[in-house]
Design a protein around this ligand. Structure first.
Ligand SMILES: [Zn+2]
Length: 341
């Protein structure tokens, strides 16, 4: 890159460019991978390349393929069971290991990921929140995400729900997503009963300006889930039945929801379920003990980092990947373990 264009970059962008350029990157990467950690990537769902649904959780199909191909230059992509054995048995280090995970269980996984698995020979783990599969109704977060795809700016009045007003801009892109996060985080802070009502209010208030030219976030049907479960490339993981933020509900209820999702997945697909991911990553010591008591071998969080031998297998860190991550940022994020320990 010529110097003139480098000067147009922000300090953060410049740092990222330098870190991911030829000379420095291998050194930083070697340091990140010291001790042979496993790199676990966290996705949510995939969308068509021309899909206009604009949310961090929907990664374009072609971006995903490019990320997998970049990853494979340096990493072996393995199943979560293989990675668990690798961490547990302190196997002799070879090429670094990576695991691909998807949270929630959206239809995009059946439409875009499933047809590619065999060709890419790609092991993946899909964490399924069973409640929205059983009901066919998206969880509050996805209902709100669908509602936020608007054709013109709109104002939300949420004082009745103890929230400030929000202006929802039309358009797309990372800046808009960052602006919307204020609303999403405010909703997450509400107590669960109030949150459902507030989410319904958002959906109702935005109904008149909602776009119709996009594929909304919807849960997998049971048939789609069964097709995925029958693939030799897919590991199913539990993600609770309720998809509540588990540190906001009684631990007994949280554990029952963990167990119910594993039980239903086994009942629907005939496959045993050994792995778990905390909804939104929310966990604490008590919940880690509950995940162990529920019989899982691992429990994954959304904390950013690499999975090291010294970590509890009930608080495994991951590296999030979203719609707005270009390949430079993707590569930069793979170094996340650097700053965690
Ligand atoms: Zn989730």
């Amino acid at each position: 890159m010529p110097l003139a264009s480098l000067s147009a970059l922000s300090p953060k962008q410049l740092g990222r460019r330098v870190l991911t350029s030829g000379g420095v990157y291998p050194l930083v990467r070697a340091r990140a991978l010291r001790g042979d950690p496993v790199t676990v990537l966290m996705y949510h769902t995939l969308g068509a390349d021309n899909e206009t649904f604009d949310a961090w959780t929907v990664v374009r199909r072609s971006d995903f393929v490019a990320q997998i191909s970049l990853l494979r230059r340096d990493y072996d992509i393995v199943s979560l069971d293989e990675a668990t054995a690798h961490v547990r048995d302190a196997a002799p280090p070879g090429r670094p290991k990576a695991v691909i995970t998807f949270d929630d269980g959206h239809t995009g996984l059946h439409r875009y990921l499933f047809p590619m698995l065999e060709e890419l020979q790609l092991p993946v783990t899909i964490y399924v929140a069973t409640g929205h599969i059983a009901s066919g109704r998206p969880y509050w977060f996805d209902r709100v995400m669908n509602a936020l795809q608007v054709s013109r700016p709109a104002k939300l009045h949420l004082a009745d729900h103890g929230l400030p007003g929000f202006t929802i801009e039309a358009g797309s892109g990372e800046e808009r997503w960052q602006a919307l996060r204020g609303l999403l985080e405010a909703l997450k802070r509400l107590e669960p009963g109030r949150r459902e009502a507030a989410a319904d209010a958002v959906v109702a208030q935005l109904a008149s300006c909602r776009r119709t030219d996009f594929e909304p976030l919807e849960p997998l049907t049971k048939e789609q889930l069964l097709a995925l479960a029958q693939s030799r490339w897919v590991t199913l993981g539990a993600h609770t039945d309720c998809h509540s933020l588990l540190d906001q509900i009684p631990p007994d209820v949280a554990q029952a929801s963990m167990e119910r999702s594993a039980h239903l997945l086994r009942e629907w697909t005939g496959r045993a379920v050994h792995h778990f991911a905390y909804p939104n990553g929310n966990h604490n010591r008590e919940l880690m003990a509950r995940a162990q008591a529920a019989g899982f071998a691992t429990a994954l969080t959304t904390e950013k980092g690499l999975w090291r031998r010294t970590d509890s297998q009930f608080a495994v860190a991951r590296i999030p990947v979203g719609r707005y991550d270009d390949l430079t940022r993707f590569k930069f994020n793979l170094l996340a373990g650097q700053w965690r320990h």
